[in-house]
Each structure stands twice: as C-alpha cells, then as structure tokens.
Design a protein around this ligand. Structure first.
Ligand code: FES
Length: 103
C-alpha cells in the first residue's frame, strides 16, 4: 500500500536539476528532467554523500564524492564505483503539490 506524502510545492521544483527534501523522515532526492519528475534515496549507496550535492546530466546523477552515477528513472548504477541501485520512489503531482509514494 503506497502512502503518498506531500513533499513540496510543484512551483518549488528545480529545472533540470536535483533537490534534497525530507519526506516522512527520509532524505529524498527529487530530480527534474524536462517534464519528468523522479525521486530516489538521497544518500549514495557507495558512501556518505548526498546526491543532491552532485551533478545531474540528462537522466544521470553523478555522486559528488567519487563520481559514481545512477539513472534517476530507476536508480540503477550506470558508472563505477557504484554497484548497488538506489531505492526509487514513485512521484505524483496533484493540486500544485508533489507527492512521493512511500511504502
Ligand atoms: Fe558516491 Fe562513492 S560515495 S560514488
């Protein structure tokens, strides 16, 4: 059962960039790529780095610490040294708010 948690106003979404937000006590990274909005855990699976401090290029987020990369659409690792996928979360936009689906 998905619990949709209000994360931020749609107007506060960045343009083709990443933002860190606290959602239901979790550190979540929200990404926008064109019209697409995606969410994953913000903490890199390789070490103690927040992906919101990294660099978004197309659908890939580059970790600021060792430059590992993930695809923000599904969380899969796309560049070493990361090997473990990021948890991703579904996103829904309604009534000008962005909701993140948490199990
Ligand atoms: Fe992210 Fe090492 S901590 S690539």
């Amino acid at each position: 059962n998905t619990n949709w948690v209000d994360a931020l106003a749609a107007d506060d979404l960045p343009d083709d960039d990443v933002l860190g937000v606290a959602v239901a006590g979790r550190d979540i990274a929200i990404y926008t790529v064109g019209e697409g909005v995606y969410a994953t855990d913000n903490l890199c699976t390789h070490g103690n780095a927040r992906l919101c401090d990294g660099f978004l290029e197309g659908h890939e987020i580059e970790c600021p610490l060792h430059q590992g990369r993930f695809d923000v659409r599904d969380g899969r690792p796309t560049c070493a040294p990361v090997t473990e996928a990021l948890r991703r979360y579904p996103v829904r936009i309604a009534g000008g708010r962005v909701f993140v689906g948490i199990d």
